[in-house]
Design a protein around this ligand. Structure first.
Ligand code: ISL
Ligand code: CA
Length: 557
């Protein structure tokens, strides 16, 4: 069986708002992306995942869509989109759209109609419930804080919103809604897009019972995430979507599935299941959660290497031969990996960024590179709440500091600096010039002051840069089938400092060795045949059993 193309492809994620501004309004846009396609091509990526570019009031930076058939004027016009797609295709780059169909914006015509009355053609496009004893129907709490229920006078009912109040959940039980979603997706397929990233797609099938959940101690609401994830009709809906949209097209499809287990992935992204090609799971991103369950993701703790090994190993072995995963350290929702699992001190930043890249790119799955990761871009280090724009961060601060007093102001600012989504969203650092070459105007989110040192121009003119290292890793994936197909075996499972593994087929082995510390380590790998040359390393030479600070090296034999 030959492997589908997307198994040996590399995806580059573009967050259009922060990538390249073309008209000086401080907001990245589609002509900006088009202008930078050669950069992505030079890196060697095959596919671009474009975060949502549809018309949106921007409450959640585009994840609140008011018109699925229109481009956000801040980003340009449909003509600009068509031009981007055509130019990308001419350069051999594919474009993957971000589709958000668990919810829409409350400014979407569908919702405006739905809210008017209980009997109009859109009445059942959203999830409406009667009040219970004059209150919200249950105690579910949303991803961005507060109750998931919002009362609307015109219907005298509540609607459900898993995320912000302005993001009402669509009612997938309604076949008319599903038809409308597939029609919309087919509109984009007809345009010639090459695939979809499906936002929180494992939340679309809601449970049959809307009974109260169990809140964490001291919290008024029960976290809706686990309650609505992997609902009873999810596989049916995904297979229907496959039949109605994907079938007969050679698309790349990835489902964002927070909370998914290995067994879930074997369904959504299983061979011959006709659902999705692959998923984004979050287990390795959730390893550094706060010990206090109320605080969830908000923390400032480093991850323990043995936990990371256990987690990645479970997925590598669990999915081998049965399903396909995506590989990522970063996206627009996560802090920068070099600040999180690496070491951003100037002496170690590039070294550790390359080490992390090595570890990830030799695993089985489709690698995703988030804009700026290939430069070793770091966290933003914002020091005041006013620096943040992300509603999740701002809501969490108000909730934990002002409402609950769960943590002090200083602690919460430290948590935000470590974890906030805005760490990933500061503008792309292109040059050492004003606003990092991102815009001639004032950027919508401050540029990281380290742009004078860390930028694409500097990275591309230095032979040993993080950029050129990513370029080499991507080229290797295209050249060596063992990176796509090889089996995975973890070595040194309990070692707290060194992550080592092999990938192997019947006649080839890759040995990957990564020192996760700034200290020198000594490890002996007896399986390595004497004299085997390095395939790739973040140092110029090989010191054998001695591993220098953040050293990463790979052998092929
Ligand atoms: O951001 C998160 C972790 O900090 C997640 O809880 C995130 O909200 C979840 O993974 C869903 O993310 C996606 O849908 C959200 C949107 O805000 C995110 O940007 C998007 O990636 C709602 O559409
Ligand atoms: Ca602009």
């Amino acid at each position: 069986m030959t492997n589908p193309w997307w198994q040996s492809a590399v995806v580059y994620q573009v967050y259009p708002r922060s990538f390249q501004d073309s008209n000086g309004d401080g907001i990245g846009d589609l002509p900006g992306v088009t202008r930078r396609l050669d950069y992505i091509k030079r890196l060697g990526a095959d596919v671009i995942w474009l975060n949502p570019v549809y018309q949106s009031p921007g409450v959640d930076n585009g994840y609140d869509i008011s018109d699925y058939y229109a481009i956000n004027p801040e980003f340009g016009t449909m003509t600009d989109f068509d031009k981007l797609l055509a130019t990308a295709h001419a350069k051999g780059l594919k474009i993957m759209m971000d589709i958000v169909v668990n919810h829409s914006s409350n400014q979407n015509e569908w919702f405006k109609e739905s809210a008017k009355s209980r009997d109009n053609p859109y009445a059942d496009y959203y999830i409406w419930r009667d009040p219970v004893d004059g209150h919200a129907p249950n105690n579910w709490g949303g991803f961005f804080g507060g109750s998931v229920w919002e009362y609307v006078d015109s219907r005298q009912q509540y609607y459900l919103h898993s995320f912000a109040v302005e993001q009402p959940d669509l009612n997938w039980e309604n076949p008319k809604l599903r038809r409308a979603v597939y029609d919309m997706m087919n509109f984009w397929v007809k345009k010639g897009v090459d695939g979809f990233r499906l936002d929180v797609i494992n939340l679309i099938s809601k449970p049959t019972s809307f009974a109260d959940g169990q809140p964490n101690a001291g919290e008024p609401y029960a976290d809706i995430g686990p309650i609505i994830a992997n609902g009873p009709r999810l596989n049916e809906f995904l297979q229907e979507m496959h039949d109605q949209v994907f079938a007969g097209h050679d698309l790349i499809t990835v489902g964002e599935t927070p909370g998914a287990s290995v067994a879930d992935a074997q369904q959504f992204a299983g061979r011959q299941r006709h659902e999705l090609n692959m998923i984004f799971e979050f287990e390795h991103m959730d390893l550094d959660g706060n010990a206090d369950p109320r605080l969830g993701k908000w923390n400032d703790q480093p991850v323990k290497l043995v936990d990371l090994k256990r987690c990645l190993t479970k997925w590598q072995t669990g999915l081998h031969g049965t399903a396909w995963n995506s590989l990522y350290w970063n996206n627009h929702d996560q802090p920068r990996i070099v600040s999180r699992f690496g070491d951003e001190r100037p002496a170690y930043r590039q070294r550790s960024a390359k080490m992390l890249a090595t570890l990830l790119h030799f695993l089985q799955g489709t690698p995703y590179v988030y804009q700026g990761e290939e430069l070793g871009m770091t966290n933003a280090h914002f020091t005041q709440l006013s620096h943040y724009q992300d509603l999740e961060s701002v809501n969490a601060y108000h909730h934990f500091v002002d409402e609950e007093g769960a943590v002090s102001k200083e602690t919460m600012l430290r948590y935000l600096a470590h974890t906030s989504r805005d760490n990933a969203r500061t503008p792309m650092q292109w040059t050492g010039d004003l606003h990092a070459g991102f815009s001639t105007g004032k950027p919508w989110l401050p540029v990281n002051p380290n742009y004078e040192r860390i930028n694409a121009q500097a990275s591309q003119t230095t032979p040993n840069s993080t950029f050129s290292f990513y370029k080499r890793l991507i080229a290797l994936r295209h050249r060596l089938p063992v990176m796509t197909t090889g089996k995975y075996r973890l070595l040194l499972a309990d070692d707290p400092a060194v992550y080592a593994y092999t990938r192997y087929t019947d006649n080839q082995t890759l040995l990957v060795i990564c020192n996760f510390t700034a200290a020198t380590q000594t490890r002996h790998f007896e399986q390595l045949p004497k004299g085997t040359p390095l395939l790739i390393s973040n140092y110029d030479d090989d010191h054998g059993d001695t591993l220098r600070a953040y050293e990463a090296k790979v052998y092929l034999y």
